[in-house]
Design a protein around this ligand. Structure first.
Ligand code: C2O
Ligand code: CU
Length: 541
């Protein structure tokens, strides 16, 4: 019999004093950890949809010449509509899952990889045991059964590997895909559908001369995050989106390990945002550019009806400041070591991202998505003035309105920390226990209240569980100028599960913790940082 908890994990849980203490202090912890449950489908969960996802090592044709070895998820619908799973040929991406609010979903995850692995449903509000916490990793040949109801509103979510200390490598190798949730409210809107509703997964990758993926993780790249040489769209290089002379809905996901994009149309037209991580916003927002940090989603509306046939248009990433790791390196690193200034300054004459060796520097200027207008259209959808109403969370409903839970981000001594701590499994501190069914006032502080000389860089911060709402951003005066190069592209309306926290910035938000007890992670979604330990668990009880 396979168990829901990986054998090593179980040993860890049984043998360590930490677990014993945790079990005594927080009885629900062991329950949350799923002790004693199996990987069998439960008889009292009546699934509307059943899906089998198999993780395999395969070779696929991405370029001319040798095929590329990737870790790919293959999907099969066991029960429900065949459109529930869309496998993507010639892409390393996992299949797109099309789900509807209210559906009960059972997913059989089969690991056929030469490594342990587990999948997390990013942005979905599911029980702790179904959330893909690394403690549930399964070994080759094992199956994990997920069962949950889709409680989220319509939106663009995604799923990816969340395996202890190797998430970055596993996601990079291909273990990530989209989840598109629809609901009645969204379907009632006249937004572009079908072929005119296009997912755009943006990732950067590096390949060697044999077309094989290159993932480097020396200390420098772990500190700054991996940056690839090539932008891939939906898992394909040199991607061009053919469009008709009409409007489109583009669902952007930044599925990159660490790269942050500042996206603008190269013809100078504004970017029209209609949705964020947790679905549509209340009304379209036109902005000069839009920031997209790792794991974030933005839905754009774009109208090609006024463009001549043959027009080419590009969504580019344009320069911004504050992207790279800087400040106080010597203090943090003890000076003069391999990470000294000489190395940071780099051959390319830049800092941080630029010294990573990528030919596409972070904060540089490069093409991301190319579009070509090829056909007349039969019809067009105009942009709705109102999208979907959003109930604002209220400060006065917070359980801790005068005492925000602040999560301080820091980097030092070759580590990336949250409140000075590094990730450890089952290591819940008192300030990480949150009462069930409460609204919490929280903040990410990335050097806003700190003195000169601390090492800072942007961190895309993510919390599992329910989506949150941002209430304010504050910027330390020393960082104001750099921040101004991104601030007009931050979309803080609507529901979020990930937010960019720039150097010197503090982001305050309200987050509900309803329905489910147990462990829920919070972490940096720069995947190299996550693997270095910039991750912790909350215990909801
Ligand atoms: Cu997208 Cu904890 O992850
Ligand atoms: Cu980070």
């Amino acid at each position: 019999m396979t168990s829901i908890i990986n054998n090593q994990r179980r040993k860890f849980l049984q043998n360590t004093a930490v677990a014993a203490v945790a079990a005594a202090t927080y009885p629900s912890l062991m329950q949350a950890a799923g002790m004693g449950t199996s990987s069998k489908a439960s008889a009292n969960f009546h699934a509307d949809v059943e899906i089998e996802l198999t993780q395999k090592v395969v070779k696929i044709p991405i370029f001319n010449g040798p095929e590329t070895g990737v870790w790919k998820v293959f999907g099969k619908v066991l029960k429900g509509s065949p459109d529930t799973v869309k496998n993507l040929a010639n892409s390393y991406l996992a299949p797109t899952l099309n789900l509807h609010k209210g559906q009960k979903v059972r997913i059989y995850l089969k690991n056929m990889l030469p490594a342990e692995s587990i999948l997390h449903w990013h942005g979905l509000h599911v029980p702790s045991k179904m959330d893909g916490n690394p403690m549930y990793a399964i070994n080759h040949g094992e199956t994990f059964v997920y069962e949950f109801e889709i409680l989220n509103r319509a939106g663009t979510y995604w799923y990816h590997a969340h395996t202890h200390s190797v998430t970055a490598k596993q996601v990079y190798s291909g273990l990530a895909g989209l989840i598109i949730v629809s609901d009645k409210q969204e379907q009632a809107l006249a937004l572009p559908r079908g072929d005119y509703d296009v997912p755009v997964v943006i990732q950067d990758r590096s390949f060697d001369k044999q077309n094989q993926l290159v993932y480097v993780s020396h200390m420098m790249q772990r500190m700054s995050g991996f940056l690839g040489d090539k932008i891939m769209i939906n898992g394909q290089p040199d991607f061009v989106l053919p469009v008709e002379q009409r409007s489109y809905r583009l669902r952007l996901l930044n599925g990159s390990n660490s790269r942050i994009y500042k996206l603008a149309w190269d013809d100078g037209s504004p970017v029209t945002v209609i949705g964020t991580d947790g679905g549509l916003i209340e009304q379209p927002e036109k902005m000069p550019y839009v920031m997209l940090a790792p794991a974030e989603r933005r839905e754009l509306w774009v109208d090609f009806s006024g463009k001549a046939i043959g027009t080419e248009l590009t969504l580019r990433s344009i320069p911004f400041e504050g992207a790279s790791m800087h400040g106080g390196m010597m203090g943090g690193m003890g000076g003069g070591g391999m990470m000294g200034r000489g190395m940071m300054g780099g051959r390319r004459g830049g800092m941080g991202g630029r010294s990573s060796g990528s030919s596409l520097p972070l904060g540089g200027d490069y093409a991301v998505l190319k579009v070509k207008v090829l056909k007349r259209a039969k019809s067009n959808d105009s942009l709705p003035a109102r999208l979907t109403p959003i109930t604002p969370l209220r400060l006065r409903d917070a359980a801790n309105a005068n005492d925000p839970r602040t999560i301080t981000l820091s980097m030092r001594h070759m580590s990336a920390l949250l409140n000075g701590r590094s990730y450890k499994m089952n290591d819940i501190k008192p300030d990480e226990v949150i009462p069930l069914n409460t609204l919490q006032l929280m903040a990410f502080d990335n050097g806003y209240q700190r003195s000169m000389g601390m090492m800072t860089m942007p961190h895309p911060m993510h919390l599992h569980g329910e989506q949150f709402q941002i209430i304010k951003r504050e910027v330390n005066p020393r960082h104001k100028a750099a921040h101004a190069s991104v601030s007009e592209g931050l979309v803080d309306s609507g529901w979020k599960d990930t937010t960019l926290v720039m150097p010197g910035e503090k982001v305050t938000f309200l987050k509900p913790f309803n329905d489910f007890k147990g462990l829920f992670m919070y972490h940096c979604h720069n995947l190299e940082h996550e693997d270095m330990g910039m991750m912790r668990d909350f215990l909801i009880k």
